[in-house]
Design a protein around this ligand. Structure first.
Ligand SMILES: *Cc1c(COP(=O)(O)O)cnc(C)c1O
Length: 368
């Protein structure tokens, strides 16, 4: 057997006719820039996320950057986040001109350890930027409480968590702003780059509408030095089709994750769904007991035709790009240890139960 890490082709086969029709209607109307499909998507995605507003942008990275800028966060400011995330979280903070300040992760959820936030707050701290990693939300109540006490903004990196839930609230609806990526492989993915922000704050929504579109509200009247970060209309048309299926796809991911959990019990450390919410398994990440086993297990899976990944092999504070922060190895022991022990197994809604069996059996068959 050969099992891809993600197989977008299978999904395309299921929705091909609808996608073609949606794309063709944009071509027929020629409303390529901020067309009606963008407006429809913004309305429907806001509803999906239980927020008042959504503003479509051109990527998740842009969403994060514009979110920070809309809160006037930039040069001289500090933003608290985690070292165990995709690099874009930190890059967006840097791109806004601010400094990322890292907080260790909680070993159960792999998300920010909320008990360690307070000690990282300084006079320069302006925001907390929790990441809902792998599709599971960070523990938001303590984050909101700390933020309120210190007058900080909360910006959710929900780029891996479309539809995830925390105590009946959807990802992107708890902080001041939620940031989403619709990179093709995400739970809700476009056929190219795309992203969005969600918020209940009308002022922030309007500001980001301007910032994504040359700083104008009215054509040729530029109120701010904005940029071009618009959501492409054709991508919005694709997203409008896919949004109808996201709940079903997320349920499929959850069912497959449970199956993996059962099969891998006692074989590897399987993901823990926290009591407070609903995990949507953008990634299904297991951990081996010894770092020395990890790369050999990866090789073993490869020899069985199973494509696995590591998310992420190098914590952000140890990336060359962030050597200017001069954070020593050993500063975040949980993050660093996990980065050597984690493996992401194939996970996508169209994966079959037979394939999950095969992957799990391949993991079990590894002698260590
Ligand atoms: C994908 C992702 C991003 C960046 O999104 P792009 O659309 O690729 O720019 C940011 N943060 C996290 C956690 C992500 O997974």
């Amino acid at each position: 057997m050969k099992i891809n890490f993600v197989d977008l082709g299978r999904q395309y086969k299921d929705i091909r006719d609808e996608i073609k029709e949606a794309m063709d209607s944009v071509l027929e109307r020629c409303d390529f820039i901020l067309g009606s499909e963008v407006e429809k998507f913004e309305k429907d995605f806001a509803k999906f996320c239980q927020t008042k507003f959504c503003v479509g942008v051109d990527s998740g990275t842009s969403a994060l950057k514009l979110a920070l800028e809309s809160c006037h966060i930039g040069k001289g400011d500090e933003v608290i986040t985690v070292p165990n995330t995709f690099i874009a979280t930190a890059l967006a903070i840097s791109e806004a001109g601010a400094k990322p300040v890292f907080v260790e992760i909680d070993p159960d959820s792999y998300n920010i350890d909320t008990s360690k936030i307070k000690s990282k707050i300084t006079k320069k701290t302006k925001a907390i930027l929790p990441v809902h990693l792998y599709g599971q939300m960070a523990d938001m109540d303590p984050i909101i409480e700390i933020a309120e006490r210190h007058n900080l903004k909360v910006i959710e990196d929900a780029c891996q968590a479309h539809g995830a839930v925390y105590k009946s609230k959807k990802a992107g609806s708890i902080g001041h702003i939620g940031c989403f990526s619709f990179y093709p492989g995400k739970n809700l993915g476009a056929y190219g780059d795309a992203g969005a922000i969600t918020t209940d704050d009308e002022e922030i929504a309007e500001k980001i509408q301007m910032l994504r579109n040359y700083g104008q509200k009215q054509k040729y009247h530029h109120l701010e030095k904005g940029m071009n970060h618009r959501l492409d209309t054709i991508q919005a048309a694709v997203l409008n089709v896919k949004l109808k299926y996201i709940e079903r796809w997320n349920e499929s991911r959850r069912r497959l994750a449970l199956l993996y959990n059962e099969k891998l019990k006692g074989v590897a450390i399987t993901p823990k769904e926290m009591h407070y919410g609903k995990h949507v398994y953008h990634l299904y990440v297991i951990r081996v007991n010894e770092a020395s086993e990890r790369d050999r297990l990866l090789e073993h899976l490869k020899s069985k035709g199973v494509a696995a990944g590591i998310h992420y092999p190098i914590p952000i504070h140890l990336q060359k790009a962030y050597s200017d922060l001069a954070i020593k190895e050993g500063s975040f022991p949980v993050t660093e240890e996990f980065s050597k022990k984690i493996i992401s197994l194939p996970m996508f809604p169209e994966l079959t139960e037979e394939e999950v069996d095969y992957v799990a059996d391949s993991v079990k068959g590894f002698g260590g």
